[in-house]
Design a protein around this ligand. Structure first.
Ligand code: NAP
Length: 313
């Protein structure tokens, strides 16, 4: 068995943590990078970089050649148009599946989907992640594959949730959706540990699996505020944000994104995701097929995440 693992999206938040964990576990890591700057960034955490992108079959062939497995972390989480999300998340997955399926002994494939795929009507992002899962279900019959549906992922290197935790560290927790909403979360290094468990295990039934940190029933905003308050050693007050305050910037962002090719995070679709009351999932199906248990729940994960609470730095 080859000890080489190919990784897409290695320059991203999750991809970089995964590469570092793979190296530490003794795997040879070959990564896809879209730019020279990306390749340089990856030098300390991978053995080899292939310059290219998901749309380019030649670079994908060079990436996967001789690998035991492919970890597909590339994807886009920001944008305003359906075409943008579909080009990266759906066509990118399609292209990878086509390349792998053409090989005589294809490497196994683990792809990062998202819990958002459970609610494809909410946003272009959610719909694109569901469509990418369907690509695997319908077109990857020659492959051993799994797709993971993580909920909100946080940890070292994350840029999306860090501003929220920084505000909370100052004593205010803005609540963008319903106060009674519940949501699962996962610490990024638990995803890396899952991937290593999957690499080591001979067979895992192909399919889509939701994953989370093991906190049964998910978190409420009060739980997050309490975790932050425990670390920062002062109270954190919940501040519900009226829909109208988010609606206008979301729509302005969509307009600016269309005109100026800008990739905002807050869009009308993201707002619908944020206001959805139930992002709770469970680990039952993955626990039935894989020898993996999450190790880090929210307060411990936040303690291990630098850059948001002065007491931790
Ligand atoms: N973060 C979360 O909370 C979360 C939750 C659930 C699911 N996910 C999923 O997990 C995956 C990784 O998320 P992340 O948070 O690590 O995102 P990220 O930090 O934005 O990283 C995205 C990665 O994808 C690469 N990429 C984008 N378009 C590409 C293309 N056309 N060809 C090749 N590479 C391309 C980026 O490369 P560049 O560096 O060159 O831009 C980057 O390496 C995504 O599929 C996302 O949907 C994330």
């Amino acid at each position: 068995m080859s000890d080489q693992v190919a990784v897409t999206g290695a320059t991203g938040f999750i991809g970089r943590v995964v590469c570092r964990a793979l190296k530490a576990d003794g795997w040879r890591v070959r990564a896809l990078a879209r730019s020279v700057a990306g390749s340089r960034l990856l030098e300390p955490v991978v053995d080899e970089c292939i310059q290219g992108h998901l749309e380019d079959a030649d670079s994908l062939n060079a990436l996967v050649d001789g690998s035991h497995a492919v970890i597909h972390c590339a994807g886009t989480v920001r944008g305003v148009t359906q075409q943008h999300f579909e080009r990266v998340n759906v066509s990118g997955t399609e292209q990878l599946v086509t390349v792998l399926s053409s090989l005589q002994s294809p490497p196994k494939l683990l792809a990062l989907s998202s819990l958002a795929a459970r609610e494809p009507a909410l946003s272009f992002y959610a719909a694109s992640k569901r469509k990418a899962e369907k690509v695997l279900e319908q077109r990857a019959s020659r492959l051993d594959w799994v797709a993971l549906r993580p909920p909100a992922v946080y940890g070292p290197g994350d840029r999306e949730l860090l501003p929220l935790f920084r505000l909370m560290a100052r004593g205010v927790a803005p609540v963008p959706g319903r106060r009674d909403a519940r949501f699962s979360m996962i610490y990024v290094e638990d995803i890396a540990r899952l991937i290593i468990a999957w690499l080591r295990q001979d067979t895992v039934a192909s399919g889509v699996y939701s994953i989370h940190d093991g906190y049964s029933g998910g978190y409420a905003w009060d739980d997050v505020a309490a975790a932050v308050a425990g670390i920062c050693q002062h109270p954190v007050r919940l501040l519900p944000v009226p829909l109208a305050l988010l609606w206008l910037p979301a729509h302005l962002n969509r307009l600016a994104g269309r005109v100026a090719n800008y990739m905002p995070m807050l869009t009308p679709g993201k707002l619908r995701e944020l206001r959805h009351p139930d992002w709770v999932c469970d680990n039952r199906e993955i626990a039935a097929v894989l020898d993996w248990q999450p190790q880090v729940q929210l307060q411990e994960g936040l303690r291990r995440t630098p850059g948001w609470c002065p007491l931790l730095d």
